[in-house]
Design a protein around this ligand. Structure first.
Ligand SMILES: [Zn+2]
Length: 68
């Protein structure tokens, strides 16, 4: 119930890339790494030539590695 408990959107941590919809985990999470976006196959674009919404056009997303 404390409004100050909410993180501010203004103060993005420096060096931390913005999260992408296709990310399975936040960047830097142990046990995860960057992998090719499954939607665009790493091209960063959809078949329409639009920036891929999953990876924001980067062609990469953070995915879980190891395990499974
Ligand atoms: Zn993509």
């Amino acid at each position: 119930m404390d409004p100050t408990d909410k993180p501010s959107d203004d103060a993005a941590p420096s060096g931390a890339p913005p999260s992408r919809p296709g990310d399975e985990a936040p960047a830097g999470t142990p046990g995860t790494g960057e992998g090719l976006c499954r939607r665009c196959g790493g091209s960063g674009k959809t078949e329409d030539g639009q920036a891929c919404p999953e990876c924001k056009g980067t062609g990469k997303v953070t995915v879980g590695i190891g395990g499974a």
